[in-house]
Design a protein around this ligand. Structure first.
Ligand SMILES: Cc1ncc(COP(=O)(O)O)c(C=O)c1O
Length: 476
């Protein structure tokens, strides 16, 4: 058995009864349909691949010829063999496969009769990629290429600094002061801002500086798994905190918490927007107990037909650390975010970060600065918000009269199911029809108490959303 290049894991097995060419054909088709190779990518030449696999060149040319004929590959004269654009949803724009998430049943969806109906034939239209309603995935394909290019071109014109600034590029922190005032009514100074690589990175810094092994740390239940994991790795004892459809319930907070992680603008995953009275109760609780509140404002830009609520941070800047990110506004691959706290805590976190040579790449900071100062980012958010509102409307209308939680903000909703329709069954049945959805079980640290599925609509075009929602409605 011989393996080809590391990034194209093809193998031929001489003990296999099917011909070597047939083996290559099957594996290359799978590589295309699973998104392992993307439309427009170049494949190795037949000579190279034959040499790598230790087979004759005829084996490879036979395979390539067949795949050309089926439409999976295309040739550019004198320039090699390329993957054709074979699905309506280009693989590059699709989120990564969910194969590692057992409660989303991606493999079942890929193998479903819907996806595989007849022999896959690109151009013939029989193959249909699964529709993934994965929660939390933004519309990266909606980022206007010109805006993206301008930002990175600007970043490229900045000569690299001699040494990273401990708190982040000063110009970016100054620009964020204005952005946070405009978008969140936060009144802060640059020394209250630490640039991060996103929410998880900010939380990691806080945990490293402030959490001692064995500290009791509260996390919403259900809640954001990565936050739980970051805090657990710092040695914290994770204490689940009760959440209802409005968000965290301050009156039910467990005793002895050193820190509380919460998502008041849009509870993740149930979608509640924490009412002002609860916000006041939370900051009063923090004052009374000495606990620190970490406010994760990951997608507060996206709310529909509802007025903004004050950030917890603005209600008590000493008791709260605020975390923002570009992961939802733009894409997680941007890798930028900000932490807002008292100047003392910001400088402590900056120092600690320097001690371990931790930094945020400067070009990404300059690209974000360009996006903010040009107004491009806010224009993008307005455009995307409009599209998300339309996508949300498609889901809500098509699923009516199903009970949906959290449909006033963000880019996902939670569909509550009747007790006689277990979520795992609906997930599996949807996968059979090529629709990938997830149960909310994985957001629980303890035993799940809600029979529901989470439906992300950020990355899915409206026509596909309607199709998926129609399938789901029929299953209900
Ligand atoms: C609740 C919550 N917070 C934050 C994030 C983004 O985190 P980061 O900025 O680390 O990418 C996500 C992304 O899925 C999220 O669901």
């Amino acid at each position: 058995m011989t393996t080809s290049r590391a990034d194209l894991p093809l193998v031929v097995d001489r003990a296999d009864p099917s011909s070597l060419a047939a083996q290559l054909i099957t594996q290359l088709r799978t590589a295309v349909t699973s998104g392992l190779v993307l439309a427009g990518e170049r494949l190795p030449s037949s000579r190279e691949l034959a040499a790598t696999l230790g087979v004759s060149r005829t084996v490879v040319t036979t395979a390539y010829t067949q795949l050309f004929a089926e439409g999976w590959l295309e040739g550019r004269h004198g320039a090699g063999t390329y993957v054709a654009n074979v699905t309506s949803a280009p693989a590059a724009a699709r989120p990564p496969a969910l194969s590692s998430v057992p409660d989303c049943a991606i493999e079942q969806a890929m193998a479903s009769p819907m996806a595989q109906s007849s022999t896959p034939r690109p151009g013939g239209g029989a193959f249909r990629a699964p529709i993934e309603l994965r929660p939390g995935v933004p519309w990266a394909a909606g980022i206007e290429p010109g805006m993206w290019r301008r930002a990175w071109r600007h970043a490229g014109t900045r000569p690299p600094s001699f040494w990273p600034d401990e708190l982040g590029v000063p110009g970016l922190r100054a620009e964020l002061v204005h952005y946070l005032r405009r978008s969140r009514a936060l009144n802060v100074t640059p020394d209250q801002i630490l640039i991060t690589r996103g929410v998880a990175n900010g939380l990691t810094a806080i945990a490293a500086a402030l959490v001692r092994p064995g500290d009791r740390v509260g996390v919403e239940e259900p809640g954001y798994q990565s936050a739980r994991e970051v805090l657990r790795r710092a040695g914290a004892e994770i204490v689940p905190c009760l959440v209802d459809e409005h968000g965290i319930v301050p009156g039910e907070l467990p005793a002895g918490l050193r820190l509380l992680y919460t998502t008041p603008a849009h509870q993740y995953p149930l979608g509640g927007r924490l009412p002002v009275t609860r916000r006041q109760a939370l900051t009063a609780w923090a004052r009374a107990t000495g606990a620190l509140i970490v406010e994760d404002d990951y997608d507060g830009e996206f709310r529909y037909d509802v007025a903004p609520l004050p950030a917890l941070y603005s209600m008590d800047p000493e008791a709260v650390v605020y975390l923002g990110t570009t992961s939802k506004m733009l894409t997680p691959v941007m890798g930028t975010g900000w932490l807002v706290a008292s100047p003392g805590l910001v400088s402590l976190l900056g120092r600690r970060r320097t001690e371990i040579s931790e930094r945020v790449p400067e070009p990404a900071q300059y690209a974000l600065l360009a996006l903010l100062s040009s107004g491009d980012l806010e224009r993008h958010v307005r455009r995307v918000r409009l599209e998300y509102a339309r996508r949300r409307a498609v889901l809500v209308e098509t699923l009516a009269p199903a009970r949906l939680l959290g449909d006033t903000a963000g880019m996902h909703v939670v569909l509550e199911l009747p007790p006689d329709r277990p979520a795992a069954g609906i997930v599996a049945a949807a996968a059979q029809q090529g629709v990938v959805v997830c149960t909310v079980d994985r957001y629980y640290a303890g035993r799940p108490t809600l029979n529901a599925i989470a439906l992300g609509y950020g990355a899915t075009p409206r026509a596909q959303l309607r199709q998926a929602a129609t399938i789901l409605r029929a299953l209900l």
